[in-house]
Write a new protein. Structure first.
Length: 322
């Protein structure tokens, strides 16, 4: 009976107040994650459930909230994020604070989101897109695709992160764009995001040429910058390179920068890479695979780079012979 008991007075805490404290006290949240959680609360949760006492927050009420928000035109993707946030907050109320005896977030399917399928570019398309970029951003497109780098990872690279012969790149940090703090350098998206990757031999010359032409000699000099030497911000980058017009011109309308990483991951998988080696190269943040990350060999990663290099060289040979 002692394990089942909860304090009824604490159950009178309003959900909105409890959730706000939960976010503030949650350890290890990235700046962008905090901003997202607060926005979800402010926009989609607190106006409807914020005044409800924890002890009165029941599954039918949550199901009704979701149905009404869907009817109002809120996307399933956004509501899935809201629901997962609510579930995490209430898990703490159950497991740690012992305010509730059970989590009322039991709405079947509410945590699922059907994201649109991402585009997969071919190797020739990536080179075609890179060639349409201003010269200072050409290598950035190639490296993002062939090393499967996230936007924040590739824009945060410094000279010291790339081997002198461009044979490898170390991912040790990432830029995050915050509404309140601007551009912030921090750790990658997850612990698995800290990794060292082999760069395919076929694009090493492109990287070396970029370093020589556009990057300062200091070891902490950013590898990819704007014309004035400042760190890149996504909206400014898109305007500088005329991204929308560029991808549309080569038949890739709707393609985003992140699709370069997705394409690189797909090529690696199609090359016969094992699941564990692929997850290491991606810097996958699935906690269930953390142990697998530790056992991937550098030889396997080099093999991935070699196979990607073969693809790139085959494209170049076809272009020359054609």
């Amino acid at each position: 009976m002692r394990d089942e008991w909860t304090d009824p007075l604490r159950g009178r805490i309003k959900f909105g107040d409890y959730a706000a404290v939960w976010i503030a006290e949650r350890p290890g949240l990235r700046t962008r994650t905090v901003e997202l959680y607060r926005w979800l609360l402010r926009k989609h949760i607190v106006p409807y459930l914020g005044e409800v006492e924890l002890g009165k927050l029941k599954t039918p009420l949550i199901r009704q909230w979701r149905a009404e928000r869907l009817a109002a035109g809120v996307s399933e993707l956004v509501l899935a994020k809201c629901y997962r946030l609510m579930r995490a907050v209430l898990n703490t109320a159950v497991d740690e604070d012992k305010i509730l005896s059970r989590n009322p977030c039991k709405v079947r399917g509410a945590d699922k989101e059907e994201s649109p399928e991402r585009s997969v570019l071919t190797v020739p398309q990536v080179f075609q897109l890179a060639d349409r970029m201003p010269p200072r951003f050409r290598a950035m497109v190639l490296l993002a695709a062939f090393a499967s780098l996230r936007w924040g990872e590739v824009t945060a690279l410094r000279r010291c992160d790339i081997a002198e012969d461009a044979s490898s790149v170390s991912i040790a940090r990432s830029f995050v764009e915050s509404r309140t703090h601007g551009l912030v350098a921090g750790p990658p998206k997850s612990r698995a995001g800290v990794r060292a990757l082999a760069i395919p031999a076929a694009i090493r010359a492109d990287i070396l040429a970029h370093l020589e032409t556009y990057v300062g000699g200091a070891q902490d000099a950013l590898v990819f910058t704007g014309e004035q030497g400042g760190a890149l911000r996504r909206p400014n980058f898109n305007q500088r390179v005329k991204w929308t017009a560029s991808v549309t011109a080569i038949g890739l309308k709707g393609v985003h920068f992140h699709d370069l990483r997705h394409s690189g991951n797909t090529w690696a998988a199609q090359a016969g890479t094992s699941t564990k080696d692929l997850m290491v190269r991606m810097g996958h943040d699935d906690m269930r695979a953390a142990i697998i990350y530790q056992h991937a060999s550098s030889e396997a990663d080099q093999a991935i780079a070699d196979r990607l290099s073969t693809l790139a060289n085959a494209h170049r040979e076809r272009r020359i012979s054609g």
